[in-house]
Design a protein around this ligand. Sequence first.
Ligand SMILES: [Zn+2]
Length: 219
Amino acid sequence: MKLDLAFIDFHTHNVTGVVAPRAIASYSLPQIIDRPEGQYYSVGLHPWDTARSNAYRSVEETLIKYLADEYCLALGEVGLDRLRGASLGVQTELLALQLHLCARLHKPVVIHCVRAWSELLSVFRKVKFPGNKAVHGYRGSLAILERLLDDGWYISAGFYTPAETILRIPLARLLLETDDTKQPIATLYAQTAQLLDSTVEDLQTMVMSNIRRFINQEE
Ligand SMILES: [Zn+2]
């Protein structure tokens, strides 16, 4: 099934605001139960929730059910965070487990990564994840950015992504997101359009088609 939805906000935690249908709501597994019906979303065990006593069980018993749901567009955010959550060893195992389940359901993945880039890339090498992949809220170095781009990643930029980073992302791989901020996505489009010397309309058309391509797993 190919979805033809016009999302302009790739990733938001503002799941109760007036976000649908133009934003992809992001849930961690412990919160997904409260999801409103008819909302498009991504779901996974967030790295910050990996220290919970039921982390493995919730992934093993409930994730697949959501990944199979037609309203679930991607796995995520999942990933590695050196500063929060369980040990990196446990986080790596939980990430690999979730990627395997996601690959079975042919969905793409949205990644959260803080100070664990080489570990992240090594998990993806081992798992041989076949789907589309995006890093959200990118704030890493320009060197890592180049590696991600070489490996075909999409890069989602938010209010905290430095301008010099956004300028290095090819337009066909750029996604925009509000994440956990309360600022409207229109503000980010206005800022980014100015930075890229584009119009808001052109930028919106570009990001919408990038999000559609990402979701539908097209090249
Ligand atoms: Zn997020």
